[in-house]
Design a protein around this ligand. Sequence first.
Ligand SMILES: Cc1cc2nc3c(=O)[nH]c(=O)nc-3n(C[C@H](O)[C@H](O)[C@H](O)COP(=O)(O)OP(=O)(O)OC[C@H]3O[C@@H](n4cnc5c(N)ncnc54)[C@H](O)[C@@H]3O)c2cc1C
Length: 392
Amino acid sequence: MTEGVDVVIIGGAVMGASCAYWLTRMQPGLRVLVAERDISFAKASTALSVASIRSQFSTAVNVEISRFGVDFIRNFPERLGVEAGVGSLGLKENGYLFLSHTAEGATLLEELAAMQRSHGAATEVWTPAQVQARFPWLNVEDLSAGSFGTRDEGWFDNMGLLAGFRAAAKAQGARFVTDEAVGLEITGGKVTGVHLAKGGLIACNAAVNAAGTRAAVVAGWAGLALPVEPRKRTVFVIDAPNARHPDAPLLVDTGFYLRPEQGQWITATVPQNDGPCDADDFEPDLNLFEEVIWEQLWNRAPGFDAVKVVRHWVGHYAYNTLDQNAILGPHPELPSLFFMNGFSGHGLQQSPAIGRGLAEHILHGGWQSIDLSDLSIDRVLQGKAFREAAVV
Ligand SMILES: Cc1cc2nc3c(=O)[nH]c(=O)nc-3n(C[C@H](O)[C@H](O)[C@H](O)COP(=O)(O)OP(=O)(O)OC[C@H]3O[C@@H](n4cnc5c(N)ncnc54)[C@H](O)[C@@H]3O)c2cc1C
């Protein structure tokens, strides 16, 4: 061991905190330091998330990751241990409903549902009539099918998850500092330290890139490229007095998604000119609700005839431009630099499994509980996309 710590984690939102939790749980006494530049988390994706979880992914590994995640989130106080003193994350299991409009779309939903079920998910593919029987307020005329998760899908308290990981990691000995990492010290092909703006050089044996939308900046310090960029998402909270359906699922239609939230609704879409933005650009695309979402929403459910936007917020996806999937593990050219990046809008639910996976790799040199090799950085270096098609 060098002087300093064993592992420095750059970024202390949900991924960094989860990794710190698992590292110190698996190896008590391990010296872990988490550096977070903005302890308000005002611009972190973790704080600006829609905080939902599903089994309905197009790749088996993502189904496995969320299967672990939902159990962890549902039983959060027990999984962290009573000494962590955390409360319930209030998981609301209303399910996800993915809609399709074509015969090919319905076939694809059937194929995906079979794959998801083979990994323990409870996905059912319904005819339009079955969709309407369950959710009579929906217009199903133009649909070919709907794919619904009858359990293990819904939404939960994002900041509770972050706070719990931080509290438990601290209780297990991890140190959290409010400081910005500004560079890596690399000696003999190894990361030997992390430079902090205020704290100076922290010697370490390994560093973890958990910098969210700034992940490519951190990789750049080592001369490495990472296809991850910030992409803006404007989220609208709307009130619709003629559409009060607290049992509604998270509905994924072609041009928008929608879910209920305490008597109101949350909705968003992907902007047509989707592309990278500055990591500090939080200017909302306010036209998206009127010009893109509302008409489609009204067509899907007549109760959305009268709607008021009561609030909006902007968050950034850390978008992996190669294949919209996580980029994980050590870099082959710099094996003591570990990546947990590029979650492309589905990282919150993945944080329990990804934090555990990274910790296992750091401590034992390979993936253990879940084989995450499909998501390793090697595919990115080879330019071989491992695409996640169900990106919302
Ligand atoms: C609008 C929106 C909706 C979403 N909905 C969902 C959803 O329904 N379900 C789901 O699972 N996921 C969802 N996500 C995605 C999910 O929120 C993210 O994938 C997840 O929070 C990523 O966590 P993170 O820790 O990697 O990144 P972040 O939360 O962005 O944290 C990165 C942290 O690193 C810090 N940092 C960066 N650079 C440095 C540095 N040099 N030194 C020190 N600290 C640094 C930052 O300050 C930040 O706190 C959504 C995201 C958005 C924006």
